[in-house]
Ligand binder design. Sequence first.
Ligand SMILES: [Zn+2]
Length: 480
Amino acid sequence: MARTNTLGVTPQSEDFSAWYNELVLKAELADRGPVRGTMIIRPYGYRIWELIQGELDRRIKATGHENAYFPLFIPEGHLRREAEHVDGFAPELAVVTHAGGKELDEPLIVRPTSETVIGEAFARWIDSYRDLPLLMNQWANVVRWELRTRLFLRTTEFLWQEGHTAHASAEEAAAEVLTAVGFYEELVRDCAAMSVIIGDKTPGERFAGADRTVSLEAMMRDGRALQTGTSHDLGTNFSRAFDITFTSAEGVVELCHTTSWGMSTRLIGGIIMAHGDDRGLVLPPRLAPYQVVIVPIGRGDDLAGVLDAAASLAARLQEVGVRVKVDDREQLSPGFKFNEWELRGVPVRLELGPRDLAAGTVTLAARLAEEKEQVRLADIAAEMPDRLTAFQDALLERSRRFRLEHTRNVDTWDELVEAVSTGFANALHCADPACEDRIKEATTATPRCVPFDAPDEQGPCAACGKPSAYGRRVVFARAY
Ligand SMILES: [Zn+2]
């Protein structure tokens, strides 16, 4: 198989979109599938997903949720039971009409999300208040027939987890929504090193069938927003549609309050766009398939000694819990390997040659640093965990600074239009859908969320001058 040997990508500053598309392919994260809009996740990209899964799954289970698996196919009639839900998803549904060589009596929907199939099962499993809360999660693929697709960001099939819970009271369901937000906040901040804004979606941006949607919004390096997780309070909407009831301690039959929450492979697209630069990816150490790559340098008789030293260094790094790879491919020059691992975003590269060995040193190139440094070969393994932590912290801090530098409070139409062309605009807003539409038409920006931590504020809508409706500023941005 031919391997590309031109590693450069279009500079991010020149064409962000071309930079992204080329990078996903050249870094070997993903490839296009044979059906338009589908995605092959290659081993390097899938390893990132596995690391995300591991971090999130641990948090989900630690709070009493259990994993289960529900079917891919949903009878069409199931989806119709919740009217808003089916309206919201209808344009994106893939429908199976034939199977086993004949037309089906009832068409089957390939799940776009699983509220309906899980709701139907919950109705059978829940009898009394003793069965509550019911806390479940599934790792699965879902299908949404998108017209405009992009690897990781918008694909017709993607991987995700979806949590589904049922509770006896509205208060418990409301608390659950925030518990899930907490998982995502930790994952995105502590593992993906992305600084996010957390808040309520405005009514027009909520999940179809939800009373409340909370989202986490990160800023990409082109100033656009990417939603990195959502958590929905479904109230009693799905309970009513699917008859999810319980008998209370007092013997009264009541509707359950349900929630759902999800995070998907889009997060990988977010990591690429939140941290990458002109040279390629910059991966946060906590989610990097290889945190350290060792490139042995040498020819002839020297090479054997260098390879031995590289293997022993790799073993010492593994002992302290570092994910490490020795790049001993013979046919490629060290210079090519340096460029390739930079493009693939490896946090730390160690270059080891005969001269380093003689001096007891190794050359260290950190992906965020301009200069290489010489470090002591005997000490570097023990130092590496701290160095990776410092790298992780620096990346998060850079993300936070970038977001703050590209966020403005705006009070007029002109300020709003200008601010969303480069980043986030915090604006007082009237909540009128017509006003939202006008903003969207002029700028393509939409309300991302009403941040929890924004101070109370009242005044005229920045776009139309009518009184503000949310008591706080709303974040507007162009979004992926
Ligand atoms: Zn307005």
